[in-house]
Design a protein around this ligand. Structure first.
Ligand code: NDP
Ligand code: MG
Length: 378
């Protein structure tokens, strides 16, 4: 019986993790849950899974009632209280910069991690991977592309390879012209062609920032260099990523798009459980297509990858600017192209600085958020 803590239980990944766990009561026990502001869903989850500890970002009417079931903590970073000695595995499914707080706390406590929060590796991959190695903490990927690579490498993070090829659906605006991109809205960006996810990552998919984040995530998870990571547009989201070996052989992982499969594998590894979709029907799928990413149309992709290559606190600046700009875009306060402009301006305003500890990353992240807020007067 694996004891699981879920940090970000009310989000898209959190809910799907619970849906996997619900199917395997003999394999998993939820020992703690951490949610943000969705009080109604949090209360339902506490009543159903009866975790030892449950935390929530804000208090709400009826919270005392839940205290009869679980030990309750409230606060913006109360989720660290949910990373309890009892847990064997911590699922980090928070969104944004905050994720790194949970990741570092889990590592400090020596807990293995199933990682959905890619921002933690984007902003602090060096620190996170170094500390995880020191503490002997294993990080299994939930992100579907990284799960695909993990599988193609035979679950061996140190296996030698020639190249990783990340696939990208192209996001909601893959068929829009550059001119049309000046007029798109948040509601348009939220219509992802192949996946249903949280709002922030869906916008990140539309700007291709998500794919740049995934390049950085792959660099850290697979201990490799940027020149060994390629990206290809694959509209159908059937091939979730590929690994090319030194002899030219290419291994792909395929499946209908569903996050439940990579979640199931990340929390159930080394076991493989039952399928979560019907078997792939190749004659029904028809054509699988591949094309180059249009960097002119989606300039944020290169900007963020370059920040990753520069290293230090630059990726934290890119992330901070993106987080702030996406928030404003979702509130319909800025346009789609303003997201790229925000990232580019924050990066060029940044003069470099240390990235040796969490505080350095936070100050770079906050610096960028401030630049964006000042730019748009909010
Ligand atoms: P959501 O926005 O759907 O969920 C975010 C979760 O974090 C919610 O449970 C939210 O709580 C919680 N949260 C936010 N702030 C706090 C806080 N201060 N304390 C405790 N909980 C908090 O995001 P997704 O599930 O879509 O994404 C999560 C992560 O996984 C992201 O990093 C994303 O990039 C990555 N990912 C997501 C995929 C997907 O399919 N969704 C695929 C691959 C990666 P509440 O809702 O209660 O406020
Ligand atoms: Mg992904």
């Amino acid at each position: 019986m694996k004891k699981i803590a879920i940090i970000g239980s009310t989000g898209s990944i959190g809910v799907q993790t619970l849906s996997v766990i619900r199917r395997y009561p003999e394999k998993f026990k939820v020992v703690s849950l951490a949610a943000g502001k969705n009080a109604a869903l949090f209360a339902e989850q506490v009543k159903e899974f009866k975790p030892k500890v449950a935390t929530v970002a804000e208090t709400f009417d009826g919270i005392c009632e839940l205290g009869k079931i679980s030990e309750i903590h409230v606060g913006e970073t109360a989720f660290t209280n949910a990373i309890i000695p009892d847990a064997d595995l911590v699922v980090v499914s928070l969104v944004g910069f905050t994720g790194i707080i949970a990741v570092l706390d889990a590592i400090e406590k020596g807990k293995d991690i199933a990682l959905a929060n890619k921002e933690s590796l984007v902003v602090g991959g060096d620190i996170v991977m170094r500390k995880a190695r020191e503490k002997g903490v294993k990080i299994t990927p939930i992100d579907s592309e990284h799960s695909a690579i993990w599988q193609a490498l035979g679950f061996d993070f140190d296996a030698p390879f020639k190249r990783i090829i990340l696939t990208a659906s192209g996001g909601a605006f893959r068929d829009k012209t550059q001119e049309e991109l000046t007029k798109v809205t948040a509601a348009d960006a939220l219509k992802h062609p192949n996946w249903t996810m949280g709002a922030k990552i869906t916008v990140d998919c539309a700007t291709l920032v998500n794919k740049a984040f995934e390049v950085i995530e792959a660099k850290w998870l697979y201990n490799t260099t940027f020149d060994k990571i390629d990206v290809i547009i694959h509209r159908e989201s059937i091939i979730h990523s590929l690994v090319e070996y030194n002899d030219g052989s290419v291994i792909a992982q395929m499946g209908y798009p569903t996050m439940e499969l990579p979640i199931q594998l990340a929390i159930g590894y080394p076991e493989r459980f039952l399928p979560v979709t019907e078997s792939l029907n190749f004659s029904k799928i028809g054509k699988l297509t591949f094309s180059e990413l249009d960097e002119k149309k989606f300039p944020a992709f290169r900007e963020v990858v370059n920040a990753g290559k520069k290293g230090g606190a630059y990726p934290a600046v890119a992330n901070g600017a993106n987080d702030a700009a996406v928030k404003l875009f979702l509130e319909n306060k800025i346009g789609f192209n303003d997201i790229y402009i925000s990232i580019a301006e924050a990066l060029s305003a940044y003069c470099g600085g240390a990235a040796n500890c969490f505080e350095d990353l936070k100050s770079a992240n906050d610096f960028a958020a401030r630049i964006v807020k000042d730019k748009f007067g909010v």
